[in-house]
Write a protein that binds this ligand. Structure first.
Ligand SMILES: [Zn+2]
Length: 86
């Protein structure tokens, strides 16, 4: 998989995990089992997304790990200047 695919995958996992956590918080207290499953599932999915980001968010040219914040729209490596998605 290329960098853009990994980025889409871990961003999707993090977003899905956060949505599941919010739904778990907002769900009616009568559905405790669903609340627990959504809460724990959402936490595990979001953590998996963060772990994938830590592993695969690195420059394909110089192999340095890229910053995890302020990267929206980033197309060039801040370390070597090469195009990240080629
Ligand atoms: Zn680089």
């Amino acid at each position: 998989m290329n960098l853009r695919t990994w980025q889409a995958l871990y961003n999707s996992l993090i977003a899905l995990g956060i949505v599941m956590l919010v739904v778990a918080i907002l769900i009616n207290e009568r559905h405790v089992v669903i609340m627990i499953v959504l809460g724990i599932g959402g936490l595990v999915i979001a953590i998996a997304g963060f772990i994938l980001q830590l592993i695969f968010w690195k420059c394909p040219h110089c192999d340095k790990h890229l910053p995890t914040t302020g990267t929206f729209g980033m197309i060039r490596c801040p370390y070597c200047g090469n195009d990240l998605f080629k």
